[in-house]
Design a protein around this ligand. Structure first.
Ligand code: ATP
Length: 309
């Protein structure tokens, strides 16, 4: 059994923090959007077990062997890879198994860039295995398994545009971005998400309500811009709290932002904990491609893509 799954990257249109929980996790309030920049994940299963009721109880859950290959040589190809861990979680949640599991990741999303590159591969493995094994898990159950791998995995399973609350797992679908082109660019070293959260805690007094007021009104404005399909209003209300702690230390990210804006972006903002930056461009006037060329001329990898539903 074999399947190929498209694993889209995400950008954050809005990302604020409402509280720091006693367990150290942060409550977020935001909006995420899937984009057409994607990895392709191919999953091949040989000699599946536990597929039918009559064979239940007569097999061991899990894959006897897992082989993972990836076109990005910098990423681990063992159990440190989120895609590998997703397969193990799927098998233990469903009691299914197989002799050999082959996972191949055609990697296009830059790693540790704030675009959920690992989470989307994990989501692709969960949905791909669920398809191959005849949907033993409902979408809600898949998201529950996904959340044990990372806060962004449930979003990557559902995709499109979603309001994200809680630690990122509470999702409410919202109207996706209106038609536009996006230029995503990433240069310099990756950002460690836990380190970025720590810097935010220091800057905003651990998000004590006396020290920090979440931007509730701004989020309401952004949501209504999405409902109305108003690209200009949407761009005017985008926000990412991580910019305040990451951009001061990332000259390449600042350079990307400036280049995108001077090439005609309606707005440009860092995605997630960075350091990737995206610019929003009108569709079809060639300005996005020109911005990509300007970034490439500076030696910064950049991609033209668009929001996906
Ligand atoms: P997020 O936006 O969800 O915070 P990110 O885009 O900042 O995530 P990832 O690309 O998911 O970060 O990578 C974070 C770390 O996860 C990297 O250091 C990488 O080694 C590890 N990792 C494990 N599996 C993968 C994978 N399949 N793809 C990318 N990174 C992976």
């Amino acid at each position: 059994m074999k399947t190929t799954v498209i694993a889209p990257a995400k950008i954050n249109l809005f990302l604020d923090i409402t509280a720091r929980r006693p367990d150290g996790y942060h409550e977020i309030s935001g909006v995420m959007q899937s984009i057409s920049l994607c990895d392709t994940v191919t999953i091949e299963v040989t000699e599946p077990t536990g597929m039918y009721l009559c064979s239940l109880g007569n097999h061991t859950a899990g894959a006897k062997s897992i082989t993972l290959t990836c076109t990005n040589p910098d990423l681990p190809t063992d159990s440190r890879n989120l895609a590998w861990r997703a397969a193990e979680k799927f098998f233990s949640a469903t009691g299914r198994g197989c002799k050999n599991l082959l996972i191949h990741i055609e990697k296009r999303i830059p790693a540790a860039a704030g675009m959920a590159g690992g989470s989307t591969d994990a989501a692709a493995v969960l949905t791909g295995l669920n398809d191959l094994f005849g949907h033993p898990l409902t979408p809600a159950a898949l998201c529950e398994v996904g959340l044990t791998l990372g806060a962004d995995v449930p979003f990557c399973i559902m995709g499109g545009a979603q309001i994200t609350e809680g630690i990122g797992e509470a999702l409410t679908p919202i109207t996706p971005m209106p038609a536009c082109e996006l230029v995503v660019a990433c240069g310099g070293e990756g950002v460690s998400t836990p380190a970025a959260y720590k810097a935010l805690d220091t800057l905003y007094g651990d998000f004590d309500p006396a020290a920090y007021t979440p931007r509730t009104r701004e989020l309401a404005t952004l949501k209504s811009a999405l409902w109305q399909g108003d690209l200009t209003a949407l761009c005017g209300s985008m926000f990412n709290l991580f910019e305040s702690v990451v951009l001061p230390h990332r000259s390449v990210a600042r350079q990307i932002k400036e280049t995108l804006l001077s090439a005609g972006a309606v707005t440009a903002m860092m995605s997630g904990s960075g350091p990737s930056v995206f610019g929003v461009f009108p569709k079809g006037d060639g300005s996005a491609e020109k911005a990509r060329e300007a970034l490439t001329a500076l030696g910064i990898p950049a991609w033209v893509c668009e929001p996906v539903r």
